[in-house]
Design a binder for this molecule. Structure first.
Ligand code: GLA
Length: 691
C-alpha cells in the first residue's frame, strides 16, 4: 500500500490519526485523500446567490465540465446568520448535499471577509480605520479591523458553528479561513495591540530606543504607549519594518483565532488553509502558514499576457511557504475585471496556466467563478457560464483541462516538483528595500525575478524558500537581495557553505539586521568574514555601466564596488566605467570554502549577463538541466515521488516547437506529436525513477 494511502486509511479507521495534516507522513503532498483524485479541478460556487431550483442544473453543468470540487460560502455570512445569534445553515446543508450528490468535494470558506450589515451597524467599533483615520462603512468587503476583539469573537463563533456542523461531513475536504486577508487597521485596538507587540518584542523601551536609534530627530520614547502606529510616511525605518512584523503576528493570530476553534471539531483529514494573493507584502507568508496545513493562493494574470517565468516564480514562492504542494484556490476562466484593460487569455492559455500550476506543485485548480450574478461588484468577471446560465466559449477548454488533470491524477499522485536550486526570499529584505529603495526602480520583486529567470529556464526547477529553511538538499542557493540578515541566518548560511554548498548573494545583501538597522560592518555584514570581501561603496545608476570578465554585459539601476580582503578571493568580473567611481572595480567575487563556495554579485545585471552568470553558477554546482535543448517558450518541470517521475513540458509560445526528450521518456498524454509540442500545448511523459 502506498504510504499516503496508509495514512488516509489510518485516518478513516481512527487509528493513529495525525492531529493535523501538517503532521502526516507525506509532508510534501498537499492533501492525502485516499478516495479522492490526487489533483482536483473545480470552481467557486455561490449557491446563496441563486434560487435553489437552479442548483441542480448548475451542478450538472459542473459535473459535465469535469469538476470535482467546489469552494463555497466564503462571503455568505448574512445568509448564515441573518440576525445576531440566529443561525441558518439549512440552505448550506442542502447545497453541500447537492454538491456531494454530483461527485463534488467541498471546501468551505469561513465568511469573515464580509461581515453582515447588522454587525457593522450595531458594532461600528469593529470597522476598519485607515491610516488617515477614516473608518470604513458597509457595502464592500474586508471592512473589519483585524485587531477588534469583538470582531474576533464573532469570527470564532461563526467558524465554530460551521466546524461543528460540517467538521465530519464526508464531502467537506477542507476549510479556507476568511478570504485574501491583509488590509491593516489603525483603530484604537490596533494601536493597543501594536504597543503590546513592541513590548513583547523588545522587553523594555530602552531596547527599542537602542535598536531603532531613536536619538535621531528626537524620537526617543519614554514608554511604549508613545510609539505611533504607521505603515508609511517619513517614519523611522525600524518602526516601519516592525509595523510589518506586527501585521504578520496580528494576521497569523487572526487566522489562528478561527483555526484553533475549529481544530477540535473537525476531522484530521480536513485541511485548514487561507487563500493568499501573489507577492502580497502585507505580512510574512512563511510565518503565517506555519500552523496552517497547506498553502492556497489566487493566481491572476490581470493583463491577460502571461510571462510564464514570472508566474512560475509566484507558484514556487507559494509552494515554498510550507515546502509542500499547494492548492490553486482561484484562477481566471479567461479574464479578470479589475485592471484598466481586462484582456482575456488567448485560446489554449487557460489550460496552459492550469498545467503550469500543477507542474509547480498545485494539487488542485479552482476557477473563479462559475456564473456572473445579475448585479454585484464583479459582474464583468470571466466565468464558466454566461448570465444566460449556459456555457461560455471558454468551457470546452476548461472541460479538456479537467479531463486531462483527472486522467493524469493517478500518475501525479504522491509527486512533488523537483529542484536542485533554491532561492531565498525574505520578506524582511523585501520590505527593507522597498521602504528605502534609494533608486526608484529598485523593485525587490523585479530584482528577485531577474535572478530567478535564467536559473529557472536553465535548471528547469527552482525552489523558493525562506532564509530559515534547511538548505542541505540544494547544491546551489541564491539569495538575490538578502538585505536583512540576522546573525542566526548568517550562521546557518555559513554552515551550509562549509558543508559543501554553493551560496550566491546578490546586491544589497547583509546590510541590515531585523530591526532594519545597519550592521556595523559593510555588506555582507555578518557574512563578510566568510566572503573575505566587503562592499566598499554602493551606487544608484541612472545610466548603465559595463561589466566584463567571466560575465560580460551591463549593470543597470544598481552597482556595488566590492573590495577583496582575503588573498584567496577571486574576482570574476569588473566594471567598465570610464571616469566613474566603479571603473576597474570588482563587480562579482567568489571564494572557495572547502568543497563549497560563497559568491557575491554586486550589480543588477542585464538579462544576457544574468543568463551567463546562471550558466556558470549551475556548472560550478553541477546542476544540469532535464531536457538539454529547448526553445525559450518551453517550460520544463518534473514532479517526482512514489517511485515515479513525470516530466511536464509546456509550450507557452504561439508556434509549435520541437522537444528533444531525455532517454527513457515515454509519452503519457497531451499534445506530443511528430517530435513537437503544439502552440500553447502541454505534454507529459514518464521518465522513470523518483529522483
Ligand atoms: C479575489 C477574491 C475573489 C474575487 C477575485 C476576482 O481573488 O478572492 O472573491 O474577488 O479576486 O479577481
Amino acid at each position: 500500500m502506498a504510504r499516503w494511502a496508509a495514512v488516509a486509511l489510518a485516518v478513516t479507521l481512527g487509528t493513529s490519526a495525525p492531529a493535523t495534516l501538517a503532521q502526516t507522513h507525506f509532508p510534501e503532498r498537499a492533501t492525502a485523500f485516499a478516495d479522492k483524485p490526487a489533483v482536483a479541478v473545480g470552481v467557486a460556487w455561490y449557491p446563496e446567490q441563486w434560487p435553489e431550483e437552479r442548483w441542480e442544473t448548475d451542478l450538472q453543468l459542473m459535473q459535465r465540465t469535469g469538476f470535482n470540487v467546489v469552494r463555497i460560502a466564503e462571503f455568505a455570512w448574512s445568509r448564515m446568520e441573518p440576525e445576531e445569534g440566529r443561525f441558518d445553515f439549512a440552505w448550506l446543508d442542502r447545497a453541500i448535499a447537492a454538491a456531494k450528490a454530483h461527485g463534488m468535494m467541498v471546501v468551505i470558506g469561513t465568511p469573515t471577509a464580509a461581515p453582515p450589515a447588522w454587525l457593522s451597524q450595531k458594532y461600528p467599533d469593529v470597522l476598519r480605520v485607515d491610516e488617515n483615520g477614516a473608518r470604513a462603512g458597509h457595502g464592500g468587503r474586508k471592512h473589519f479591523s483585524l485587531a477588534s476583539a469583538r470582531y474576533r469573537d464573532f469570527c470564532r463563533q461563526i467558524a465554530t458553528e460551521l466546524a461543528r456542523r460540517y467538521g465530519h461531513n464526508p464531502a467537506v475536504v477542507g476549510w479556507q479561513i476568511d478570504n485574501e486577508i491583509g488590509a491593516p487597521s489603525f483603530d484604537d485596538e490596533s494601536v493597543a495591540a501594536w504597543h503590546a507587540f513592541l513590548q513583547k518584542r523588545y522587553g523594555n523601551i530602552d531596547e527599542l530606543n537602542r535598536r531603532w536609534t531613536t536619538e535621531y530627530w528626537s524620537q526617543h520614547y519614554n514608554s511604549f504607549d508613545q510609539v505611533p502606529l504607521h505603515a508609511t510616511g517619513q517614519q523611522n525605518p525600524g518602526l516601519l519594518l516592525d509595523f510589518r512584523h506586527f501585521m504578520t503576528a496580528a494576521w497569523t493570530d487572526y487566522v489562528q483565532n478561527q483555526a484553533r476553534a475549529m481544530r477540535p471539531l473537525i476531522d484530521p483529514r480536513q485541511f485548514i488553509t487561507t487563500n493568499t494573493m501573489h507577492w502580497n507584502a502585507g505580512f510574512d507568508h512563511f510565518d503565517l502558514h506555519r500552523d496552517l496545513d497547506i498553502a492556497a493562493w489566487d493566481n491572476y494574470i490581470p493583463d491577460g499576457r502571461p510571462d510564464w517565468v514570472e508566474n512560475g516564480a509566484n507558484h514556487d514562492l507559494v509552494r515554498g511557504y510550507k515546502q509542500r504542494n499547494f492548492w490553486l484556490m482561484e484562477t481566471q476562466p479567461g479574464r479578470v475585471d479589475w485592471v484598466p484593460v481586462n484582456r482575456a487569455l488567448d485560446p489554449g492559455q487557460v489550460r496552459e496556466m492550469a498545467w503550469q500550476a500543477v507542474a509547480h506543485g498545485a494539487d488542485a485548480v479552482l476557477y473563479w467563478e462559475w456564473r456572473p450574478t445579475a448585479n454585484g461588484q464583479e459582474t464583468y468577471y470571466g466565468t464558466v457560464l454566461g448570465q444566460d446560465g449556459k456555457y461560455n466559449p471558454i468551457q470546452p477548454e476548461i472541460a479538456q483541462t479537467a479531463a486531462e488533470l483527472t486522467k493524469a491524477a493517478p500518475l501525479l499522485a504522491d509527486t512533488v516538483p523537483t529542484a536542485d536550486v533554491a532561492m531565498l526570499f525574505s520578506y524582511d529584505s523585501r520590505w527593507a528595500i522597498d521602504l528605502q529603495r534609494h533608486h526608484k526602480d529598485f523593485d525587490p520583486v523585479k530584482a528577485f525575478t531577474d535572478f530567478y529567470r535564467p536559473l529557472r529556464v536553465q535548471a528547469q526547477g527552482v525552489a523558493i524558500v525562506s532564509p530559515e529553511a534547511d538548505l542541505k538538499r540544494y547544491p546551489l542557493v541564491v539569495a538575490p537581495n538578502l538585505m536583512v540578515l540576522t546573525q542566526a541566518q548568517a550562521g546557518a548560511l555559513e554552515a551550509y557553505v562549509r558543508g559543501g554548498g554553493h551560496l550566491v548573494l546578490g546586491p544589497r545583501s547583509g546590510m541590515r539586521d531585523d530591526a532594519n538597522a545597519l550592521w556595523p560592518q559593510k555588506q555582507p555584514g555578518p557574512l563578510l568574514d566568510l566572503l573575505g570581501a566587503q562592499v566598499a561603496q554602493y551606487y544608484a545608476l541612472d545610466e548603465s555601466v559595463g561589466v566584463t570578465g567571466a560575465v560580460s554585459g551591463k549593470a543597470t539601476i544598481w552597482a556595488e564596488d566590492i573590495e577583496p580582503i582575503a588573498k584567496d578571493v577571486r574576482t570574476l568580473a569588473t566594471y567598465v566605467d570610464k571616469g566613474g567611481w566603479l571603473d576597474g572595480k570588482p563587480a562579482i567575487v567568489t571564494r572557495t570554502v572547502g568543497r563549497g563556495s560563497i559568491t557575491y554579485v554586486g550589480a543588477w545585471l542585464d538579462s544576457a549577463a544574468m543568463a551567463q552568470l546562471a550558466t556558470s553558477l549551475l556548472a560550478d554546482a553541477r546542476v544540469t538541466s532535464i531536457v538539454a535543448e529547448t526553445d525559450s517558450d518551453f517550460e520544463i518541470g518534473v514532479r517526482a515521488g512514489g517511485g515515479k517521475r513525470v516530466l511536464i513540458a509546456i509550450n507557452h509560445g504561439t508556434v509549435a516547437h520541437p522537444l528533444t526528450l531525455p532517454a527513457g521518456a515515454r509519452p503519457a498524454g497531451g499534445d506530443w506529436a511528430d517530435g513537437q509540442v503544439a502552440a500553447h500545448g502541454v505534454a507529459w511523459f514518464t521518465i522513470g525513477g523518483d529522483k
